[in-house]
Design a protein around this ligand. Structure first.
Ligand SMILES: C[S@@+](CC[C@H](N)C(=O)[O-])C[C@H]1O[C@@H](n2cnc3c(N)ncnc32)[C@H](O)[C@@H]1O
Length: 360
């Protein structure tokens, strides 16, 4: 499962980055794509977008100016601050054709730049529950191979919704696996043949994550931020998010605030207890973390992993973007189990996680 994207633009190239993000939206998000393209033209001609997004173009991979821009506008729509724009936003009940949306947005950017500037400071923390399909697969494979209950640790957890992946339901050919009475049921999220039975009984005994800016699903303001990060025309994703928040209300999980991800992970790995397998999971986090900090996380996992095994093994499930053999983009889930330390491709998908195609 792969897709074509133009080359990633250079730091400082705001129009280029907005167009790159527009290409990422593709046909799945025509409103968001239209707004990003119009914003790119606006930035190029020195319109209000140029100054508003200028603080976020030096590190475009980490600062994601296009996603920030969409989230800021979406937040103000959901908040009721931009009723003229809301008429175009399906997430707010809008039904007007997408191509008319730039005009009221452009007007608001000119007349109320401070409201946008205040919203743009919020980092991108999309918590995408479709990615739970890959995680559920990883939990099943790990359970099948080790027979052990799982300590689930998540790096870059955002609101920690996917720490409840085993409590979401996964409907396949009329059978629901995972949480059968869950408020969130993902319909036919898989393609191909799973490597182990999806009915494998998974037991998660600890759920803990970290993030430099954790969001709390119990906090109304944080919920609004999570909603604003969903592309406004993808109402099904918004419904999925709200259902996952309902699961979070039933199943506790802790997300610690820390800027020292490697330090947090070292402390958690030192707590490994006999009779459990520790799974470190991360999804769409690597590009947000500086290169040396990421190397430190990987070195720590390798070092600790080499000395584990037996009755307290260590595993890692990485869900990150990569390029396939033909140079096309895809998101891949790769599972590593130590002390062997070999990584296996579990499957591939798009950035939002479903459908998840088993590698076979
Ligand atoms: C695109 S979001 C993905 C969130 C979640 N993993 C998901 O898939 O839904 C990226 C997350 O990485 C977090 N992040 C940024 N810098 C980080 C760091 N140095 N260590 C850990 N997480 C970081 C962000 O705060 C944000 O929550």
């Amino acid at each position: 499962m792969s897709f074509d994207l133009p080359p990633f633009p250079a730091p400082g190239d705001l129009p280029g980055h907005l167009r790159w993000q527009a290409a990422g939206c593709g046909d799945r998000a025509p409103l968001s794509r239209a707004l990003l393209r119009a914003a790119a033209d606006d930035a190029e001609s020195g319109g209000p977008t140029a100054a508003l997004l200028a603080p976020y173009v030096d590190r475009p991979a980490a600062d994601a100016p296009g996603l920030r821009f969409l989230a800021a506008a979406h937040y103000l729509v959901l908040n009721g601050s931009l009723p003229e724009l809301a008429r175009f936003y399906p997430s707010a009940g809008g039904t007007e054709p997408f191509d008319g949306a730039w005009e009221p947005l452009h007007k608001a950017l000119i007349e109320r730049p401070d409201e946008f500037a205040a919203r743009l400071t919020a980092p991108v923390q999309t918590n995408e529950t479709g990615r739970a399909a890959a995680l559920y697969g990883g939990l099943a494979v790990l359970t099948h191979h080790t027979g052990l209950p799982i300590r689930l640790l998540e790096i870059g957890a955002s609101a920690g919704l996917n720490l409840r992946a085993d409590r979401f339901g996964y409907r396949v050919d009329g059978t629901v696996y995972g949480g059968q009475d869950s408020p969130l049921i993902l319909d036919e999220p898989f393609r191909g043949i799973p490597p182990v039975p999806l009915g494998t009984r998974v037991s998660v005994v600890e759920r803990r994550g970290c993030d430099p800016h954790p969001l709390d699903p119990a906090d109304a303001e944080h919920r609004r931020r999570l909603e604003s990060l969903v592309w406004a025309e993808q109402v099904n994703r918004l419904e999925r998010l709200r259902a996952a928040i309902a699961v979070a209300g039933r199943v506790p999980a802790e997300v610690d605030r820390t800027a020292d991800t490697a330090g947090w992970l070292a402390d958690r790995l030192a707590e490994a207890s006999p009779g459990t397998v520790t799974l470190v999971w991360h999804s769409v986090v690597q590009s947000y973390v500086d290169h040396d900090a990421w190397r430190a996380i990987e070195a720590l996992l390798d070092e600790v992993g080499e000395h584990t095994g037996g009755d307290a093994p260590l595993a890692r499930l990485a869900f990150e973007p990569e390029t396939d053999e033909d140079g096309r983009g895809r998101f891949a889930a790769r599972l590593t189990l130590w002390p062997d330390g070999t990584s296996h491709l579990l499957g591939t998908t798009n950035g939002h996680g479903i459908p998840f195609a088993w590698a076979g």
